[in-house]
Design a protein around this ligand. Sequence first.
Ligand code: AMP
Ligand code: MG
Length: 343
Amino acid sequence: MKIIKTLLVIFIVSFISIFLTCGKQQTAFEATNIIMGTIVSQRIYGDNSNAAATEATEKIRSLEGRLSFFKPESEISRLNSSAGRTKIKLSPDTFFILSKSIEYSHLSGGMFNIMVGPLVKRWKVTGDNPVIPSPSEVRSLVALINYRDLILNKNELTARLSKKGQKVDLGGIAKGFAADEVLKIYRKHGIKSAIIDIGGNVSVLGYKPDGSPWAIGIQDPSKKRGNYICSIMLNNKSLSTSGAYERFFEKDGKVYHHIIDPTTGYPSKSDLQSVTIIGESSVDTDALSTATFILGLEKGLSLIKKTECEAVFITVDNKIHATEKLKNMIDCDASIEFHSKKK
Ligand code: AMP
Ligand code: MG
């Protein structure tokens, strides 16, 4: 009788704790902020979610303070204003992103190129008063783009730009790095289930509390924001999208978007409307989505084959192409042509 009573007590206690755990996990802590010039949204489940979100927000703000192209006191602005003169001491985060950027410049044949800074500044696509520079001005600014002129010293943690007027802009990679840092913070707080979205760089930790994967929507480039053309089921992965529709302006019936082809100095022209890259780390998916967007479908696919990442391409004629591994993870409104990554 005593054993039965003890078992009953154990059963009731276990039931209550499972009930409480499940009950707690169902409640999400959500936070939305504007940081790094974009919308940052977090959804975190479990204990410590509030503290994890607060620390994550602080980290993104601190990164913005160091990496911003616009804030005069940022490490990047100091590097840019010292171009052709002196080297600048950097924080380890900034140094790491610059090193990663150079790695992706090599891998993409110079298409991912943070040295596009002078052109980003001149076109002002993301600002209130964008400008179409004259062809000769574009040519003179293109002459400043050379990622080999960004000199890094790993022992000193310093960087230097060789020529006056050169500028780096981390708009194509910094948000991805920030998303990776946020997941580290979540893990440190013991979080098992969370999602962070920093302006299209989405990273998911674990599964949803009900044990199913996260469904991430891919924007339909020809429809209003929030209309998805595909959804991808993911757990413990990062996803970044680059698209002409994200930031652009129109003048005399022509559309000028924010991703610059470093060889021409003009917004890139390819057969793509958007590219989504899926991988283990957001710093990689962010850089690769920008690079493949410029490269176009065929060259972009060749680049992805050299990496561990998967990709979804939406062409200007509204066709969807994806790497084969995504077959069981993706669901789209239109048919998908799958491509093997084997060479
Ligand atoms: P994303 O939305 O990640 O594709 O990044 C686009 C942003 O990256 C732009 O708004 C610029 O700040 C910057 N950018 C533009 N062209 C390039 C390029 N060729 N390589 C690297 N970054 C770029
Ligand atoms: Mg990017």
